[in-house]
Design a protein around this ligand. Sequence first.
Ligand code: DC
Length: 223
Amino acid sequence: MRGLIIAIDGPSGAGKGTVARAVAQRLGYRHLDTGAMYRAVAWKALQDGLDLADEAAVAVVAERAALEIGPGRVQIDGTDVTAAIRTPQIDRAAAAAARLPRVRAALVKRQRQAGEQGSIVMEGRDIGTVVFPDADVKIYLDASSEERARRRAADPSHGVGRHAALADVESELKARDYSDSTRATSPLAEAKDAVHLDTTGLSIEQTVGAVMEIVGEKLEGGK
Ligand code: DC
């Protein structure tokens, strides 16, 4: 049996990144942060002076750019953008790029290629619904918007700025959730067969433990 495809979806700040990374590490699986792909494409489009409403032009970036989404490092066309893609400007630009159907089609294709061999934990918004509707394990991670804003503001890899008011971080998050959930092409939505995990008040360890239990059951059942 090939290794599992584990899909972790949910809104911003629900803890997907930290949890997906930890689960992948425990299983010896690869981890793919698909949000980083949308962010890197948006960064490159801005860098090239493209208009984010120009779907054809942004789609060319999504189709052709060399993307390396490694552990702790993101590169596009040879440029390290690990820190540059975690800013409020790119939060907004990535959400805009993610609304474009041709950009999504290009990145979904690349995500399927990256994951088809299995042994992967893939995190995003549409992994269990669109990218891998037959994923072996589907988790939908959620948390209250207050908690998600607190986590985002405390995340050292994300340049929201330590001085940003929590209320502003929360309203930006809600605006992005709204954009992600209402777009026409593969909006953020919970797959019917996903396990819903509300992580409000749970530690990272507890959340990772809950996901590992679900994965363990799947591995037992598949034997
Ligand atoms: O997970 P993130 O915040 O880094 O995602 C950046 C943006 O990309 C966000 O607006 C949601 C969007 N996204 C998406 O539409 N589909 C995915 N599979 C991953 C991210």
